[in-house]
Write a protein that binds this ligand. Sequence first.
Ligand code: DX5
Ligand code: ZN
Length: 216
Amino acid sequence: MSVQVAPSVLASDFANIQREIEMLNASEADYIHVDIMDGVFVPNISFGIPVTEAIHRHAKKPLDVHLMIVDPDRYLEAFQKAGAHIISVHLEACNHLHRTLQAIKGLGCKAGVAINPHTPVHLLEDIIHDIDLVCVMSVNPGFGAQKFIEHTYEKVSQLKSLIYKRGTSTLIEIDGGVNLKNAPLLIAEGADILVAGNFVFSAADPIQTIHELKGL
Ligand code: DX5
Ligand code: ZN
């Protein structure tokens, strides 16, 4: 199966969100990545539940919702109702990650766990069998258009080994600074889903850029 691509609407033109979503509908994108930032877990505020609902109203692709918020349990149901297909929470934001993942699954969503660049993969050892998707942050979360952190390749490789050893079907998603230069090595190390914000939306032809990522 070819790599899956999840363009991040954080880099889109919010004043023309319907047009941006229709562009993604017409593209080969597999998911629409929705970045939720609370100004507490990360030093930036993006948008919240009503905007997610608005995206969902136009979207023909499943929403991959990335919660960069403290105490995510409080908002899981609201994001499920807003149209989330995947909900990812940050390992660093959860005191009872197992309970949170069960709550996400109980809502009928796929359960994802995002890990910051400083968080070691081995912290997932005792929970990997409960995770549908691990989102490996390849930048410090909070902003689009940052520089890709090279250590990510090694983390993807470690994570792939862990998944293989435990025999789970957990998907690996990479988020931050992804482009056509680093994507081939990420795929070679085991990436299943590539998030791309700035690289897609600042391209002269976003549909063609998504096509090129899909063709890797
Ligand atoms: C970073 C977000 C990313 C971001 C990716 O905090 O989680 O999803 O939108 O954007 P680019 O691809 O521009 O780094
Ligand atoms: Zn994200």
